[in-house]
Design a protein around this ligand. Structure first.
Ligand code: CTP
Length: 395
């Protein structure tokens, strides 16, 4: 897995920098071409010579090491993966804020390769909301985070903040490289967000879906090399590499989906489509002085069920099931009723899962009767597991 892969190993300043020496050795032993990049802080803890001796190229410390300065983008552009171990609060914050102030942060901003970040710091710093927000930002952008472990920290303190063990870090690198661009050649259609069904020009029937899970799915598929079309109601940033179609109502979503579906290899209906809409939306604002209005509802089209009926054998159809009770039974019935290959079931009342959260806890049910549970994880990690299941089904 590591053979011939070009890895930039970023080392930031922390006592754990000594462990990066072991990470470097293991990567090189595995056949990787390792280019170490040390920050100014790192050099206070470990010597450049140590890394230069162990790595495939001499350690870099600045953009201006050579008589001919290297372009600040070169290392990032040529890497198959950038690993930062240890990552300090400073490097994490600088990277999350999009600031380039040394060779390592320039490399992180200039790369389109997968990035694995391994934080190490004092437990108080790790717990700080600013650091946790920055980590959440990086995760949302698809950065892989190898969580720090519990244990002894510098200065004799104990808590979560210790750099993960070198074996854990190398295993994470291997698994990220294994995934690589494993969705290249696939066209993936994802829907996201809750639909809004107008009552009058200012009011609508909506739901609590934020669209975050659908956008994370689109970002993940694009990062893995798929051509992605995202049909969304959410005003969230466009995931890099995805084509976006903005819609509002179930009917608009249905039309947009049916336009793209024939060309799609994988369709993921993550949107929370309204089941009912006002039979007739008022053309002017409904006024209070006219009394309490009676709103007559009619059913919307079931987009997923429609796709299930017209599905080609080579298409993979994934539905979501937002449930508040009897998760598996309800989701399994939807899987059959709608003709899907996979259903991602989530209990929207579980702590930290479902609407508006950045995390989710799901069970992925397969039409063949198997299932895999994804414990509470950020929505990008859930997206990763969904596409792992999709690819397993297509192999
Ligand atoms: N779905 C759809 N069109 C609809 C309603 C739902 O395509 N009109 C899709 C959703 O995108 C999701 C799946 O069907 O992938 C299940 O949605 P959910 O709301 O959980 O199920 P419903 O079929 O609406 O059943 P219920 O609301 O009774 O649980």
């Amino acid at each position: 897995m590591l053979e011939g892969r070009r890895i930039v190993l970023g080392v930031a300043g922390g006592i754990a920098a000594y462990k990066a020496v072991e990470v470097c050795r293991r990567l090189v032993d595995g056949g990787a071409h390792v280019v170490p990049v040390l920050t100014r802080g790192a050099r206070r803890f470990v010597g450049e010579t140590t890394f230069s001796a162990l790595a495939s190229e001499r350690a870099r410390t600045s953009l201006f090491d050579d008589p001919d300065p290297i372009p600040h983008t070169r290392l990032g552009q040529s890497a198959d993966l950038v690993l930062v171990a240890p990552a300090t609060a400073r490097v994490i914050g600088t990277y999350a804020a999009g600031i380039s102030n040394d060779l390592l942060t320039a490399t992180l901003l200039a790369t389109e390769a997968p990035v694995v970040v391994c934080p190490a710091m004092h437990a108080e710093m790790w717990r700080h909301p600013a650091v946790q927000d920055n980590i959440a930002t990086l995760r949302r952008r698809g950065v892989h985070v190898v969580e720090p472990e519990e244990g002894r920290l510098a200065g004799g303190d104990v808590g979560q903040g210790r750099l993960a063990e070198p074996a854990t870090i190398v295993a994470a690198v291997e698994s990220v490289l294994a995934r690589g661009r494993d969705m290249a050649g696939l066209h993936v259609l994802v829907t996201a967000g809750g639909t809004r069904e107008p009552i009058d020009p200012v009011r609508f029937i909506g739901n609590r879906s934020s669209g975050k899970q659908g956008h994370a799915l689109a970002a993940e598929a694009a990062a893995r090399g798929a051509k992605v079309t995202l049909v969304t109601t959410a005003a969230l940033p466009v995931p890099p590499g995805a084509d976006v179609v903005r819609v509002e109502t179930a009917a608009e979503m249905d039309e947009a989906v049916r336009a793209v579906a024939p060309a799609a290899d994988v369709i993921v209906m993550a949107a929370a489509v309204a089941d009912f809409r006002p039979a007739a939306a008022a053309t002017t604002k409904i006024k209070k002085d006219k009394g309490v209005p009676e709103i007559v509802l009619e059913p919307t089209v079931d987009i997923l069920a429609g796709l299930g009926r017209t599905k080609r054998p080579d298409q993979t159809l994934v539905g979501f099931a937002a449930e508040t009770e009897q998760l598996r039974q309800n989701a399994a019935s939807k899987l059959v009723a709608k003709g899907a290959d996979l259903i991602v079931a989530n209990d929207v009342t579980a702590p930290g899962a479902g609407f508006e959260h950045d995390t989710n806890h799901v069970v992925i049910l397969n039409a063949d009767g198997t299932e895999r549970e994804v414990p509470l994880a950020d929505k990008r990690a859930v997206a990763r597991a969904v596409f792992d299941a999709v690819l397993d089904g297509r192999s």
